[in-house]
Design a binder for this molecule. Structure first.
Ligand code: GLU
Length: 281
């Protein structure tokens, strides 16, 4: 078993991160496998070296350990470019120049009906679909043409296993519905040569992750990951989406919730055992 914890160094780790990292670590300890740490810093406008250092400090303080070197996504951009090129060679990508505002406007046009939301937010209304990959301009994003993709796959169902509910559950994805429920997702953002979905799938495969342990907020994105694994000929790990740690008002913790930062509890004298108790472990 190989698991990983894959935080983005864009703010302090909070109790939700501690829970996620501990779940992955405990699972692998029980099975005698390996726990890996990966730094997901493709968004260079938000990632900061001081947050990365804080991640190492907080996790070590919690009692976790991992082999070195740590994979940092910003060092791995060539791998993502290669993955994109493979999808482009299959004829599945097209360039897109739409801004968020353009998409909002097009999606709310009266003839479109009620705007639809997928795992990535508003479903792309298809304004740039049909543009040639070779026409990509410097500031264009790259989108996956989902209708073409589903036809290309020829597989009506994709299967993966989810253990987050306590039992091992087989999940069958009906690919025919993906154009409607997921749509043409961005695989390379305009400001970076990749996207969360593409890099996470390529890295999980490169690091031979057998069990992805992460928060339930990413459960919906898993269908995109399984789809990309099939397109790129990569294995599908098992997924374990765990409950989310919430604040007193029931809201899921976010990076801006400094009040729940592990560093703050540390500074106040909490022990790693206290953190485990706080998150219900
Ligand atoms: N980097 C993502 C985050 O911090 C986690 C990605 C994943 O576990 O798949 O939310």
């Amino acid at each position: 078993m190989i698991t990983r914890f894959a935080p983005s160094p864009t703010g302090p780790l909070h109790l939700g991160h501690a829970f996620s990292a501990l779940c992955a670590f405990d699972m692998v300890q029980a099975a005698g496998g390996t726990f890996l740490l990966r730094i997901e810093d493709i968004d260079q406008s938000r990632a900061k070296p001081e947050w990365e250092q804080q991640i190492y400090d907080d996790l070590a303080w919690l009692g976790l350990s991992w082999p070195l070197p740590v994979l940092r996504q910003s060092d791995n951009l060539a791998t993502y470019k290669d993955g994109l090129n493979r999808l482009a060679d299959l004829g599945l990508l097209y360039p897109c120049s739409c801004t968020r505002q353009d998409i909002k406007q097009a999606a709310s046009a009266p003839q479109e009906g009620a705007p639809m939301f997928g795992p990535d937010g508003l479903i792309y209304p298809g304004t740039c679909r049909g543009r040639e990959f070779s026409e990509r301009k410097e500031n264009d994003a790259l989108r996956l043409d989902m209708t073409k993709t589903v036809t290309f796959l020829e597989q009506g169902e994709l299967v993966y296993y989810e253990t987050g509910g306590g039992t091992r559950q087989e999940i069958r994805l009906d690919t025919a519905r993906l154009p409607e429920t997921v749509g043409d997702i961005v695989l390379a953002r305009r400001d970076m040569g990749t996207s969360y979905h593409l890099s996470v799938v390529l890295d999980d495969a490169a690091q031979e992750i057998t069990h992805v342990v992460r928060g339930a907020d990413l459960a919906e994105a898993t269908q995109i990951h399984v789809l990309l694994q099939h397109l790129l000929g990569l294995p599908t790990p098992e997924y374990h989406h765990h409950r989310l740690i919430r604040d007193d008002a029931g809201k899921r913790l976010a990076k801006r919730d400094d009040a729940r930062a592990i560093a703050k509890y540390r500074a106040e004298g909490a022990t790693p055992a206290d953190i485990r108790t706080m998150v219900g472990l």
